[in-house]
Ligand binder design. Structure first.
Ligand code: SF4
Ligand code: MG
Length: 335
């Protein structure tokens, strides 16, 4: 099998309200070995819940169900908490958005990197320290022997994110899930961190899931992407196909809100409206409130993912019924 991960009909339900809702609503996708898959969407689309579900980190009142989350042939949904802990940080690891909240302020960064080497690889003393220093060098930290003894607050945001990457990489995982790894950083540092992740991934032959709201980041780093909207996948395909000829109106809207060439300032455009709250998902297409092509059918029936071309699928009635992409005079992003 050439896939490191196969997710089938993943469903993550939260029971905190009177009416339970599925933050992730039967989504299926795969990640090939050595591939980087982007998961894209605005906040509230279920991207982070998807990654936490894979990692076994959804806490009650949340519950993960679905057919399977198959990692390297093992269905993660059938593993015990203990078995899952053995995998996490070892075979699959995660990089979060805000390093300051994920790092422990009272331990030096060297010891924090060494922690998973202790837990998973039983490395001790000098051997562990050498490995940590080596990791610090691999993630481009200068004066590694010295920085080892620094505390998180002594480092810049970019350096802290490098520490997080070192922690994630410590045990040579086969799959890394990075959730908005560069969102909190300024643009220059963001580019450096993405470059580093790309480089390490190629060098180690890891697979990666990169979660982001930013299609610009996806075009830099990913091979394929999945676009999520309100708990569902609405489009998927190779990055070059989807970005050059997006099919779903939501993908088109995301693309239209990217800053144009020559406009370096932060983006001002966005798709009018908001991701609906789960209680307002209704029966039909969940994008219907914001979609310029909405038809009466869209309000009553939810479209399934349908092939647009080889490897590219879109969940939109324009594709399902009329076999076409959304028109090119697409969503006017407003400012
Ligand atoms: Fe728009 Fe209808 Fe397509 Fe949904 S199904 S994206 S509302 S055209
Ligand atoms: Mg998120």
């Amino acid at each position: 099998n050439s896939n490191i991960l196969e997710v089938n009909k993943l469903k993550t339900t939260f029971f905190s309200r009177k009416t339970p809702f599925n933050a992730v609503d039967e989504i299926s996708f795969h990640v090939a070995k050595g591939e980087t898959l982007g998961i894209v969407g605005e906040s509230g689309c279920g991207k982070s819940v998807t990654s936490l579900s894979i990692m076994g980190l959804v806490k009650p009142p949340g519950k993960v169900s679905g057919d399977e989350i198959k990692y390297n042939g093992i269905n993660l949904l059938e593993l015990s908490k203990r078995e899952m802990r053995k995998l996490r940080g070892n075979e699959i690891s995660m990089i979060f958005q805000e390093p300051m909240t994920s790092l422990n302020p009272v331990y030096n960064v060297g010891d924090q990197i060494g922690e998973s080497l202790k837990v998973h690889k039983n490395l001790k003393g000098k051997e562990r320290k050498e490995k940590v220093v080596d990791l610090l060098k691999q993630v481009g930290i200068p004066r590694a022997e010295e920085i080892y003894y620094n505390y998180p607050h002594q480092l810049s945001g970019g350096m802290r994110q490098r520490i997080m990457i070192a922690i994630a990489m410590a045990c040579d995982p086969k799959l890394i899930i990075a959730d908005e790894p560069t969102t909190a950083l300024d643009v220059t540092i963001q580019a450096q961190i993405l470059e580093l992740m790309k480089e390490l991934q190629a060098k180690k032959g890891m697979s990666m899931i990169l979660i982001t709201h930013d299609l610009g980041v996806v075009s830099e780093v990913c091979d394929r992407l999945v676009v999520m909207y309100a708990g569902k996948i609405v489009e998927t395909g190779a990055v070059k196909d989807v970005l050059s000829s997006p099919s779903h109106p939501y993908t088109k809207g995301l693309l239209a809100s990217l800053p144009k060439k020559g406009h370096k300032e932060k983006r001002l455009n966005y798709i009018p409206g908001q991701v609906p709250a789960p209680i307002n998902w209704g029966k039909g297409c969940r994008f219907s409130d914001r979609c310029p092509y909405v038809m009466s059918k869209c309000h009553t029936d939810i479209p399934l993912l349908t092939k647009v071309k080889d490897g590219q699928e879109s969940a939109c009635w324009l594709t399902v019924e009329e076999g076409r992409r959304a028109p090119n005079d697409t969503i006017e992003a407003t400012s």
